[in-house]
Each structure stands twice: as structure tokens, then as C-alpha cells.
Design a protein. Structure first.
Length: 204
């Protein structure tokens, strides 16, 4: 098995930072996920999905993902403020869409999801998480980053656009048990010297 990638930039101050997640963070990650989805995605996902969310099962899934990732290329990062976990980002090798040729810029890393608990928003945590994933991806030789966003998620789209990302032309429709959810894929190339790795304070 290949060694896990090093983490080139998990900088911060005594008050705010980004670091690799630990198994004991799993319950906090699951809580942030459910709180954020129930707050931000109430209009996107069926109420039955959001209200019936099994936080305990989600915590166990996150604990497994953190403690025993499926490949060395998978991982979870957490944003911390004053020793409290306030957001997280998960990443892993991207899979090609059906009929999609390999990207000419090299392997892709997919970010899914990147969430900051709403009460900790607008403090730059999302930008720090995204910058850390960019640095990690570069260190592992990835040529690009990608993620899938709900087509109507204007807040996340604005955040990614401010960080130098753009839609790449691919879309998909998910069966959520209610109204089908259309998602658009966003990406950024990592060899673009003009690409931003920080999105400022923004909305994250």
C-alpha cells in the first residue's frame, strides 16, 4: 500500500486552523452535516430524508472513513476554532462520469462534501478547508479538483466561483425519493498559476 500523503499546509493561529480528522471527531462531523443540511438544504432535499436522518449511523460511517479510509487517497479534514470542530471536508479520487475520457491535466481529486456549521459561517473556515485540500491535491500529483453541487445551490456556487472554480459542463440527476435533484460539476485546474487557493472570508 502506498504511504498516506503528507499534509503540506495545515496552518492557522491559536484560534483557527485546519487539521486531519481524528476518529473521535466523527460524532461532531455527523452533527455538523445534519445541522448544515437541515438549515441550508431544506428546499433541496425531501423533508423525510432530512428529518429522518440517523445521526448515530452517520457518526459510525464517518468514524470508519476517518480511521480506515478505503484508499490512501481518501481523507477527511476538519476546521477548528478555539479547539471546537466547526466544519469539515472529505475528499478522494474522482471517478469518471459515464463516457468521460481521462482528463488531459491528470488525475482528479473530488471534494464531497465541504460543510461549515451555519453559526460558524463567514469566518473563513470554508476557505481554509478548500485551500488545504488544494495543497494536499498538489502534493499527491492531482491535476484538478472537482465537486458536485445542486444546480440551485447559489451560495456554494458563489463560494467556489470566488475561489477560481467554474462548471465543467457535466451534470447528473439524483433520485432523492422526492423531486429529482439535478447537480452540476464544478472544477479547478491545479497547474493554473492564476488559480486562487483562497476564497477570502466569503460565505464560508
Amino acid at each position: 500500500m502506498d504511504p498516506a500523503p503528507s499534509f503540506p499546509r495545515f496552518t492557522g493561529t491559536a484560534d483557527v486552523s485546519v487539521r486531519p480528522a481524528r476518529p473521535e471527531d466523527a460524532a461532531l462531523v455527523a452533527r455538523i452535516q445534519v445541522v448544515t443540511w437541515r438549515t441550508a438544504y431544506r428546499s433541496l432535499l425531501p423533508a423525510a430524508v432530512l428529518d429522518g436522518w440517523d445521526e448515530k449511523a452517520a457518526a459510525e460511517s464517518w468514524r470508519a472513513a476517518i480511521a480506515a479510509p478505503p484508499t490512501p487517497g481518501h481523507g477527511v479534514l476538519v476546521a477548528v476554532e478555539r479547539a471546537e470542530v466547526v466544519g469539515f471536508a472529505a475528499y478522494g479520487p474522482a471517478e469518471l462520469a459515464a463516457g468521460e475520457p481521462p482528463h488531459p491535466d491528470g488525475p482528479s481529486l473530488e471534494v464531497a462534501p465541504l460543510l461549515v456549521e451555519p453559526r460558524w459561517g463567514r469566518r473563513g473556515h470554508g476557505s481554509r478547508l478548500l485551500a488545504a485540500v488544494v495543497d494536499l491535491a498538489r502534493a499527491t500529483g492531482a491535476g484538478r479538483l472537482q465537486c458536485w453541487l445542486a444546480e440551485s445551490d447559489a451560495v456554494s456556487a458563489d463560494f467556489l466561483e470566488s475561489a477560481g472554480w467554474a462548471p465543467d459542463g457535466w451534470a447528473r440527476t439524483l433520485d432523492t425519493g422526492g423531486t429529482p435533484l439535478r447537480e452540476v460539476r464544478w472544477h479547478t485546474l491545479l497547474d493554473d498559476e492564476d488559480a486562487k487557493t483562497d476564497a477570502g472570508e466569503g460565505t464560508r
